[in-house]
Ligand binder design. Sequence first.
Ligand SMILES: [Zn+2]
Length: 630
Amino acid sequence: MPKLVTAQDGDTLCGIAMDNGFLNCDPLRAEAANAPFLNRPLAAGDVVTVPDIVVKKSDHTTSQIHKFLKKNSPPVSIRLVHGSPDKPYLQDDTLTALNISNYPTDKGGLEGNHAFPTGFGFNPDGHADEDTFKIEIVDPSAGGTLFANMEALRPFYRPDHTVDHHDTFAGVSDADDRKTVAVHCKQVSSGHVAFRSAYLRLVADQIDNISQQTLLITDAVDAGLPEIEILDQKVRATYVVKACNAAGDAKCKVTTDVPLAAGRAFDLAVRVMRATPTGVVETNPGGPGDDGIVKLADIRKRVQTFVRRCWAQSHIKPNLVTLQTMDLPSDMITVADTTGLPARGTQDAAAVPGQIGFTLSVQRFGGGSNSVHNIVPFSVPAGSTPQQTAALIQQSVQGIPGVTATVSPNPPEVGDPDGSCDVLFREASGGRITITNLTPLASQDADQKVAAIGLTMVVNRRNADDNYHVGHPEQRNLVKSLDTPGDVVIDVTVIDAFPSATLMGFTVPELKNLDPDRQPVSGVKNSIIMARRASTAGDEIPFALAHEIGHVLTDEGRHALSNHELMFHITPVNSVSTDDSKRIVEHLPAANNWQITVQHHDANRTVGGQNTRLNATFHVNNIASPHLLH
Ligand SMILES: [Zn+2]
């Protein structure tokens, strides 16, 4: 008598047929009652009719009954595993989340200096990369080598950008790049029901997509879908049952969909500077004010491609909260830069107090009229700290309509008695302030000098151990003026270049591990200045922005030792090799891999570097920057 079997999710006609002693689903497909199931996967609750096995005495037909099969043989199935050195195959854990590999694609071993194994079975050099996985097929009816396919699944978003569902990339122009077909899965031993692939890796760019052992999980910016996140995708592995005789898409198959570990996001504010002021703050790529040193769409593309790909290794995605083109900030005045000295109360070679006077000019846009304000020189009392003198400068401009002056102290440079202090100027309507006719040095205080700092599209920075945490006045004016308040957003300012034309970016992180006097102030910390060359739409210097973000997220101004790592001190000019410096290590290597800042608690609070072991991904996510991630 025919038997009725209620299907579970994942069942196939072939699987039910085998479980009942048939070689494949042919006899089930011949049953009229099974007609609804012939061209779709079985769903839970489908009632499948299983015919009786008719054993005939002819050699031909007995060969159609799988003599090795028992009723309780494992069902045909597919799953992903990392594998283990010692467990029986079917007892290995099933992976419930996958990650982008942090290794050079063709490298394995704990330190990434062995070849990546291409064979089957356990291999410590493949096992060392926690992100490797294998496809495991169970098919009690098969032998030899089976084939599986794997492909990326596309996230579809709700209006609030949460993921609604996943489906294939079908119809997207580069959909075929997001599949790896005919992955070989070899029977783990003769007569065993399990078949496994070699070690497999998820990679985030085409350069790394080098073989049947890699699957590309990347952004879809070039395909016109910039909203698609790498970490929101899933991986689908499919096995088309070898013994199934059904035609084409009707063939019985088993699949498994496994998500990537979704991770967290950091917030990024990008402000592109324009050389000639217009007063316009443009937020629309392609808008009339999108006339900065790079186009807004270009720097955004950098974030959505290379930054996404690099940081996906560490389960982190960029979240662009601000994207603007704007004028360079107004001029500022700095007091006691590099010295932190108090006022002596006298001028050089004169017994009278030092003087500060200047002309403050406001250029207004959009119909407002320009204005010029002469600040009559005033005396600086003996003993005034830089901050007290800055407050006098602030008072001197009170009453100028629309003009705000902000006193912004700096920490001391190493060996200085006090910090210098900046006075930042802002005009309410978006006008631009310039400071001219500042009292000449000879008439200023003998010890405590003041200077007017104007910005151009080429910006100086300071990078020595004793002044990195303070920065150059130009650098301070730029990043303090454009800071997103709260110190939880990474601020990126795009200029033309640095005086050193080979410098592509410059970052000041929080430096929380240092003595409080050696930490940058709010407004300077978590700031990145990027050169135009590394901010364009093209592929030139592709990893520089991701590298600078790495200084913030690792909270470390120093560099990794390996030239495979994103945080190596030289960033490649293009993306051509699996050996490019773009990896973020995610294990504890047996050798030192990182140079990290150390604080010596001597009188000078000397900062130095030492080599240390650093699991950069763990460090970013759990120690250096959890407060920047959400
Ligand atoms: Zn660097």
